[in-house]
Design a protein around this ligand. Sequence first.
Ligand SMILES: [Zn+2]
Length: 361
Amino acid sequence: MSGAGSTAVNTLLPTSIVGSLPKPAWLAKPEVLWSPWELQGDALVEGRQDALRAAVHEQQRRGIDIVSDGEQTRQHFVTTFIEHLDGVDFEKRETVRIRDRYDASVPTVVGAVSRRQPVFVADAAFLRQQTDRPIKWALPGPMTMIDTLSDHHYRSREKLAWEFATILNQEARELEAAGVDIIQFDEPAFNVFFDETKDWGIAALERAAEGLRAETAVHICYGYGIKANNDWKATLGAEWRQYEESFPLLQQSSIDIVSLESHNSHVPIDVIELIRGKKVMLGAIDVAREQIETPEEVADTLRRALEFVDADLLIPSSNCGMAPLPRGVAFDKLSALSAGARIVRQELGVDVGVGAGVGVG
Ligand SMILES: [Zn+2]
């Protein structure tokens, strides 16, 4: 086990996953997003830790270089964080439109928002104890947070986002102190609210990432393979060019890594030219279907990307979270990802021991 800080990955094309992995059936109902816990009290605490251990073990066994918790200790990538804040009333619910796409019953902001105590820091410290590899932790982005709430207090999306950015920065600094090498902010809202992204979204994201020594990442995507998202994707046409709105702004930003989906998506691969100079976490694994990618398919996706990103800046990844998939399928997709990366590494003549240090603190 590592003591202070982690060992850098000495591998070109270090693999990673965007976020969630399926939870074991004894912890939460499988193949369902945001499913309730099957355990309670101390058994739940222990169960979540066991699931996190298993997630780490499988990632390492399957050749994933930058390890995450697979979101085993939380139910929802946004709500679980908000649940720990003051100023939000979860009893008082209203129906609002999420990401301009589907209606959902959401909690209400009723007063000044603040963080009572660290939210994920103990879980991150636990993850740190389980592996010597670089670790990545995901937080929701400020714009995506405000989009899952009804606000009766600030009455300004920008103001509320700014408050959340300040809170996220407190959490991120403590995650960094707990040994997290990469702090990722999930901002799927950047693919929807283009004007707000430009006006204050990027600034709020940079505020959340301010002063961190850890590397910072932003994940922008088209969502899990759930029906509302699939219906929306069907309206986007043959080429998905939404990233063209945020990428030039992110290229100019302080964020180190940009995560996007690629394999089986309609995203033109040349959009990554717009973030030249940034690290690119590229989705080479489709999370919306169960068919396992072949290593060759993964390698193809990576090769196409390498026309637009330098090899030492490419991080092969999944398109999005894998929570809705059967567990065995998700794990086999991890194996495909690392096998595909290995093929391209060999082609580049650097199978092991060269190049991109990731998470060097
Ligand atoms: Zn995503």
